[in-house]
Ligand binder design. Structure first.
Ligand SMILES: Cc1cc2nc3c(=O)[nH]c(=O)nc-3n(C[C@H](O)[C@H](O)[C@H](O)COP(=O)(O)O)c2cc1C
Length: 635
């Protein structure tokens, strides 16, 4: 018998495909439940319980697949039903009661509840027959291109066979056939740039690492993802861990490494569990360990949990943390590709960078380079959050404009659009004037922002720009490791200055302080963290200077966010006297007779917003007030 790696792999793949076809043609219904963190946060595990109870109650059985995030997190929990001979149909916001209703109707009466369905995965004929539209025609999904996320929401990430059945590990087999240099050439052809933020050409780093001398070499997957509001890497690991692990195998083979680490934050317990399980399954089928599939290539992967320090996402700090040291950056050069983990050549790439690789090896670098835009090939995942109507995980070709992302995919905002923060806390805040900017590495940088690892926070007119800059700088200040003075002291001065302006005590000279400190940090901080931390301040000063001036010269916060600069008032005409605001007010500031307009005692009000959130009639508004000069105190 021919026992080559290819024949061993073909056998694994054939068995897996047989199981997959049997599952898809099963006489039992298939139920897909979005059970990633976003689904769970929305109550998916209670929905799962309700599904199981219902099946028992009506004495039916079904295959339940707990799948990863398919994208529209705002619609979670998502439950899809696939009856024998029919396409899969998706239902959104499936509470336990709704799950029971849908399952009873479908399994007992053959009624697919078309009014509750949000889309199906079949053809046009089924649309006509059922009156249900196609899932991928939903406005949020139609402009997207799924390469990295191809399996998320479609397979059970806990089952290696389901991954193998979708051509999983075929990219690694291609790599074995091409040889290390052939792999690097394919990655070069693809034009892939690192998805962790800097956009460094992936093949170049691999070439350097391959050429570097060292008796051992390491591969590290950077799954630290510390940006507030970012969850692309987590979602990929939860929904398709094998894609990332396959990417690491390919990289390890290309550079000649023996050991890989996934450095993942401990706050991602589901991702950690999925990774550990996937690694175990790889070992069981011979895709990890000694002499993988008889190819002579040996490689192992270990999961290391980080304690959630933002700076540990920076590659040299990450390596220090892996080595058991405090996670602090080191000056570069030497770069990790030459001298990294324990002094050995170490390839460190972002989770998504690894996740793309199997697709590149399977379909060819040429294919990948045709996606996206020139110099910015391929697709990129983003987490679209904030005030967008459709929030969630998206994947789009690079070069798509911010307008397409925010309005076509995100559905725009309810209140007028104000800004979009790209690249997380180290990124920048762009205004409506930038909506037609293509999202790629160069354009984002030219605007003063960065693409970063893919966080996109949409903001509307209820956001105060000074407060926003204060928020991100406070994050950077508390996450600064403190090793270098420009970052440690610079972030503190920036925060204090922004707080002063937000209190209505700012002076025009404070703007000079912001510019000067930002400039010093950009030029002298030790790592990219300190160098880019002023971005939120600089971009907001550049594009929203008026708001700073209003705070400083007018002592006024137009968005009614900076607590010293506004009061809450009740609009008597809109107030029905329902009393909800009274119930939630913890300081006893709201009072009034039932069914009569209420009032707020401004001296007691602590501006916690609880009443605003509780009011169903938009009757409570923040009214900007002029700054009150603090009284002089004579001792
Ligand atoms: C403060 C700071 C935090 C970072 N956090 C991350 C992170 O969470 N994930 C990541 O992949 N890269 C992060 N990076 C970038 C990494 O240092 C590194 O460039 C990246 O992992 C390289 O992978 P790539 O070439 O695939 O992009 C961070 C950089 C800085 C300066």
């Amino acid at each position: 018998m021919n026992d080559s790696p290819i024949s061993r792999f073909n056998l694994l793949q054939r068995q897996a495909q047989k199981k997959w076809v049997a599952l898809q043609n099963s006489p039992q219904p298939l139920i897909y439940l979005g059970a990633a963190s976003c689904g769970r946060a929305a109550g998916a595990m209670l929905t799962l319980q309700a599904i199981q109870e219902t099946l028992e109650e009506i004495n039916r059985s079904a295959h339940i697949l707990q799948v990863g995030c398919i994208g529209p997190c705002y619609l979670e929990p998502l439950m899809d039903l696939q009856l024998p001979g029919l396409p899969r149909i998706s239902y959104a916001r499936v509470s336990p009661e709704k799950a029971k209703r849908i399952l009873r109707a479908a399994l007992l009466e053959g009624d697919l509840s078309p009014k509750l369905a949000i889309g199906h995965f079949g053809d046009d004929a089924f649309t006509q027959q059922s009156g249900i539209g196609r899932f991928f025609d939903l406005p949020m999904l139609k402009p997207q291109v799924r390469v990295i996320l191809r399996n998320c929401g479609f397979i059970d990430p806990q089952d290696i066979d389901q991954y193998l059945a979708q051509d999983g590990y075929a990219g690694f087999i291609q790599a074995l056939q091409k040889g290390p240099l052939g792999v690097i050439e394919e990655v070069k052809q693809s034009g892939l740039r690192g998805r962790g933020g800097a956009g460094f050409p992936t093949y170049k780093k691999w070439e350097i690492c391959r050429a570097a001398e060292g008796e051992k070499k390491f591969v590290i997957c950077n799954a630290d993802e510390g940006d507030p509001g970012a969850f692309m890497n987590r979602s990929l690991l939860e929904g398709d861990p094998h894609a990332v692990l396959e990417g690491m195998l390919i990289a390890g083979f290309a550079i000649g490494a023996q050991q890989g680490f996934v450095y993942v934050r401990a706050e991602y317990p589901l991702a950690v569990a999925r990774l550990r399980q996937a690694i175990q399954q790889m070992r069981q089928v011979g895709l990890l360990g000694e002499d993988i599939l008889g190819s002579g290539f040996s490689f192992d992967i270990e999961v290391k949990e980080g304690a959630g320090a933002f700076v540990c996402g920076e590659e040299t700090a990450l390596i220090a943390s892996l080595e058991g040291e405090r996670g602090m950056p080191r000056p570069r050069p030497p770069f990790p590709a030459e001298k990294g983990y324990r002094g050995y050549p170490t390839l460190i790439n972002n989770t998504e960078t690894f996740g793309i690789l199997p697709n590149i090896l399977r379909n060819g670098g040429q294919w990948f380079s045709q996606l996206g835009s020139p110099g910015n090939s391929g697709t990129k995942t983003f987490s679209l959050v904030g005030k967008a109507r459709h929030t969630g995980l998206i994947e789009v070709p690079l070069g798509m404009t911010l307008r397409q992302i925010v309005f076509d995919i995100g559905g725009g905002t309810i209140k007028p659009f104000k800004a979009v923060q790209t690249g997380g806390p180290l990124g920048g805040c762009l205004s409506a004037a930038h909506l037609d900017t293509p999202v790629d590495y160069e354009n984002m940088r030219a605007s003063g922002s960065i693409m970063g690892s893919g966080g996109l926070i949409v903001l509307d007119e209820s956001t105060c720009i000074v407060d926003l800059a204060r928020y991100f700088l406070t994050f950077s200040k508390s996450e600064s490791c403190g090793k270098c003075t420009p970052c440690r002291v610079g972030t503190r001065i920036l925060v204090e200055t922004l707080e002063k302006i937000a209190r209505g005590e700012g002076e025009m000279e404070d703007l000079d302080v912001l510019y000067k400190v930002a400039d010093t940090m950009q030029r002298t901080a030790l790592c990219g963290g300190g160098q880019t931390a002023p971005n939120p301040v600089l971009t907001t000063l550049k594009y929203f200077l008026n708001e700073y001036l209003t705070h400083i010269q007018g002592r006024y916060c137009p968005a009614a966010v900076c607590t010293a600069l506004f009061e809450y008032r009740i609009i008597a005409e809109k107030c029905t006297g329902c009393g909800r605001c009274v119930q939630v007010c913890s300081s006893g500031a709201v009072h009034g007779e039932k069914k009569e307009p209420h009032v707020i005692d401004v001296d007691k009000c602590i501006k916690c917003r609880a009443c605003v959130e509780a009011c169903k009639f938009d009757a409570i508004v923040g009214v900007p007030i002029s700054y009150r000069q603090p009284q002089e105190v004579t001792l």
